[in-house]
Design a protein around this ligand. Structure first.
Ligand SMILES: Cc1ncc(C[n+]2csc(CCOP(=O)(O)OP(=O)(O)O)c2C)c(N)n1
Length: 608
């Protein structure tokens, strides 16, 4: 009969063998990064974690997030040893017909978020940990990080927030093998420095010999008995390639598979036939099913009332909050984005992430992985600093909703650093994303509830200035639609706009009408997916003359989206912001940068 420590050691040995075999078969991968972390991973999976290998969807499973995603073969090996993956399938690693990809993605039901862009896993792990508290389902989340990746600021954004929120169900395990990809890490094996850093951020941290099972096991026991309400960090001193002498702590092996000819030599050092497996899972009881409330809201606005779309966003969010799946996250801008309206009615469904947007997006992705519908809001400009995190949410096929307020030059006096002028381009490029741009309060509220209902990444662009209510409360705003606001049989030009430029277009249309020039005006509230049918019909009806007006830089914005649809059938003129703007009054800036009604009128007249 094996002792529990022997079982763990045997698991660690097997994790090494699987990782080596799979990467050699694939001809690529990061076996040495797997080997350094094999022992801590064996303890986490086969001693600390409680989960049901037959039920990945169980909300009471402990979670494991491999922040150092390039060690994917180690993760897959741990699943094989848990009975989740057939060990034979490990050899399909990195093949195009296999879900065991080079870095983990949620194509696999046990993966919560895609990792591999380093520095992001701890944020997603925190999202999981916060879910546990929000829904009163006790489970722990374990996150394995590389020491090199800890140079990413986002790791420390996550560490700070986790301690602030007393995430005592969150474990960070740092694999300090002293090496990165091309050289030694900044701190090499100075494990105490890592421990001090985590402690300074408010964590309980313990240093261990990452290849000594007694040490590792004791560290977890100390965490459970001594950490109290603090999140826990295990700082493991390891060596890269540990277990195989010609790899162990040798330079030049990062990201290289052992050649087929040398595999037996490597495996010989990890010899012994696999011992009988006596590990048994120890799942927690499944939580009961909860009724879903839905995402319907009632809208009550008066035509002509003046309301900013950002404010309507907050109103809709507060109403949607009746559904406990709705969560809002903000980066200390909640009184500008109006996400504070949800905080006021449902404080437990709001996470203040402070001024750390990258972590905020990661936390939201973690919450979404557990079934929450997170709405992340800040100024549109500041979402751009989290573009890699948004991109990775895309790779995760996540269900996060983003709201960028204060878009464009129409914010006025605060100047260019606060103006979101790249955001439409950024969100359009995410595969499968939805990009929504309401122009009035009624459409804004409808679109927030549409976004909640839609499964996938949505971006809602809101504006700072107040604009008149254009639509009746019952007007539907399906994703992928548009509204034709002005239409006659004699329209000379189709004007496509959204947000403040829609109101400028309406002004322009009314002025032109006085001169007997009729134009068609389209509210393109759904920039992606785009209403191709209406755009093509209108372009045809107006002699192939299309004018797009947007409070965004020219590249990648609405103009390009429209051009993609009607480009082969129409001449498209784009009015967009073409230089770095200045501070000024909103109206003054719309005019200075060529997107006011005056410029629209001139552009219509100059169409041949
Ligand atoms: C954001 C980001 N930058 C760069 C890389 C390329 N990269 C992959 S692994 C690696 C080294 C990682 O070092 P460490 O975190 O210490 O992991 P380990 O040594 O265990 O492989 C680098 C630079 C990446 N994947 N993500």
């Amino acid at each position: 009969m094996m002792t529990s420590l022997e079982i763990l050691k045997e698991k660690g040995r097997r994790l090494r063998v699987h990782s080596l075999r799979a990467t050699t078969e694939a001809g690529s991968g990061h076996p040495t990064s797997c080997l350094s972390a094999a022992d801590v991973t064996a303890v986490v999976f086969f001693r600390e974690m409680r989960f049901d290998p037959a039920d990945p969807a169980s909300l009471s499973n402990d979670r494991f997030i491999l922040s150092k995603g390039h060690a994917a073969p180690l993760l897959y090996a741990a699943w094989a040893e848990s009975g989740i993956v057939d060990p034979k399938d490990l050899l399909s690693l990195r093949r195009v017909d296999s879900d065991l990809e080079g870095h983990p993605t949620p194509r696999l039901p046990w993966v919560d978020v895609a990792t591999g862009s380093l520095g992001q896993g701890l944020s997603a792990a925190l999202g999981n940990a916060l879910f546990s508290r929000m829904d009163g389902i006790p489970f722990d989340t374990f996150c394995l990080l590389g020491d090199g990746e800890c140079a990413e600021g986002q790791v420390w954004e996550a560490a700070a927030l986790a301690a602030h929120l007393k995430a005592d169900n969150l474990y960070a395990i740092v694999d300090v093998n002293g090496m990165g990809q091309s050289q030694h890490t900044m701190d090499k094996w100075d494990v105490q420095r890592f421990a001090d850093k985590f402690a300074a951020f408010g964590w309980f941290s313990v240093v261990v010999d990452g290849h000594n099972y007694v040490d590792i096991v004791n560290a977890f026991d100390r965490c459970r008995s001594e950490a109290g309400t603090r999140p826990r960090a295990i700082i493991a001193k390891t060596s890269k390639g540990h277990g195989v002498s010609f790899l162990d702590n040798k330079e030049g092996w990062h990201g290289k598979a052992v050649p087929k000819a040398d595999l037996d030599k490597a495996l010989a050092e990890l010899s012994q036939p696999f011992a009988e497996d006596t590990w048994k899972p120890n799942p927690r009881p499944r939580p009961g099913k909860r009724a879903d409330v839905g995402f319907e809201i009632t809208i009550d606005r008066k035509l002509g009332d003046s309301v900013a779309t950002r404010e309507a966003y907050g109103d809709a969010l507060a109403k949607l909050g009746q559904n406990p799946r709705i969560v809002a996250l903000d980066g200390d801008t909640k009184n500008s984005t109006f996400s504070e309206k949800l905080l006021k009615v449902k404080p437990a469904q709001f996470v203040e992430c402070f001024i750390a947007e990258q972590n905020m997006v990661g936390v939201a992705t973690g919450l979404a992985a557990r079934g929450k519908v997170p709405f992340v809001s800040t100024f549109a400009a500041f979402l751009t600093r989290a573009f890699d995190q948004i991109r990775m949410a895309g790779v995760s096929q996540s269900n996060v909703k983003f709201c960028g307020s204060h878009c464009g030059v129409s914010i006025g006096e605060d100047g260019p650093s606060q103006m979101g002028l790249e955001d439409i381009a950024m969100f359009r490029v995410i595969p499968g994303s939805v990009v929504l741009y309401p122009s009035d309060a009624v459409s804004a509220e409808h679109l927030v509830s549409e976004a909640a209902r839609h499964r996938g990444i949505c971006y809602i662009r809101t504006s700072r200035p107040k604009t008149p209510v254009l639509y009746s409360n019952s007007e539907p705003f399906p994703i992928g639609g548009s509204k034709v606001i002005r239409k006659s049989e004699h329209d000379r030009v189709t004007i496509v706009a959204a947000g403040v430029t829609l109101h400028e277009s309406i002004k322009a249309a009314d002025e032109l009408q006085k001169e007997g020039i009729a134009v068609r005006v389209i509210d393109l509230y759904s920039v992606k997916p785009i209403d191709s049918a209406t755009l093509l019909d209108s372009a045809k009806a107006t002699g192939g003359r299309v004018l797009v007006v947007e409070d965004h830089y020219e590249d990648g914005g609405i103009g390009d989206a429209v051009l993609n649809v009607v480009g082969g059938h129409a001449r498209v003129v784009k009015l967009a912001v073409r230089e770095i703007p200045r501070s000024g009054t909103p109206d003054g800036l719309l005019d200075k940068y060529g997107i006011s009604s005056r410029h629209i009128i001139a552009a219509v007249r100059s169409f041949s």
